[in-house]
Ligand binder design. Structure first.
Ligand SMILES: [Zn+2]
Length: 222
């Protein structure tokens, strides 16, 4: 699989530190399962994080402060082992339809998902997660269909699982991830012969531009 669009460095570091919202962590883990390059980058980020801790200057620590820090870390993680907060997931079986980290939430086949029509040509499958203030869902968008042009109330991540779309940033196909901040506005158009199926995490409801789009937003709910 040739992947052209990867995770933002900040997202990689936050994932490695176990600091991502659970909805975004599912999207990141799913991309990592498909992408050797980003999986390697997460390993490096974890090694750098570990090295930073071990390189803390001893002179800066007063007597007993290292012990206190260790206790705080142990109390925070509930253990004193050296496992990182978010290890990269194992590589995906290339033939698998659904990335491993996602399969426990939606099953193993994209063809068996239950979809709900939101607007003509656009279907959604919501994924319920505990402990998140973000939304996680899958979209199935028909060939030639456009999503309304939109900016973001916050960060948005989209991982393509089937088909492809094109927008001002480029072409996104299976394995590609669009890791976008709130300043990006885009209007994806599906350019594959089959519907494009993608996994999406959004920090806040997406803001559609234009009165029709804004009226439609409560119906779409994304
Ligand atoms: Zn990648």
């Amino acid at each position: 699989m040739s992947i052209h669009h990867h995770l933002d460095a900040a997202s990689l570091m936050r994932y490695a530190a176990g600091d991502l919202d659970p909805a975004f962590a599912v999207v990141v883990a799913s991309h990592l399962a498909m992408c050797d390059e980003c999986r390697q980058a997460v390993r490096v980020a974890e090694a750098v994080g570990g090295a930073c801790l071990s390189d803390m200057p001893e002179a800066a620590l007063s007597d007993g402060s290292f012990t206190r820090l260790s206790r705080m870390i142990d109390a925070d993680t509930g253990s004193n082992d050296e496992h990182p907060a978010a290890p990269p997931p194992p590589a995906n079986d290339p033939a698998a339809d659904v990335p491993l980290p996602l399969s426990s939430l939606v099953g193993k086949s994209l063809d068996e998902l239950q979809w709900r029509l939101v607007v003509p040509g656009v279907y959604r499958h919501r994924i319920e997660l505990a402990d998140t203030r973000s939304s996680l869902f899958m979209l199935k968008i028909g060939p030639g269909r456009k999503m309304p042009e939109h900016g973001h109330g916050g960060t948005e991540m989209t991982l393509i699982l089937r088909g492809s779309y094109r927008d001002a940033i480029g072409r996104f196909a299976r394995g590609d991830i669009a890791d976008l901040d709130e300043h990006v506005e885009h209007q994806p158009v599906v350019d594959s012969d089959d519907p494009c199926i993608c996994l999406v995490a959004t920090e806040e409801p997406t803001r559609f531009k234009g009165i029709v789009s804004r009226l439609m937003q409560p119906l779409v709910g994304i």
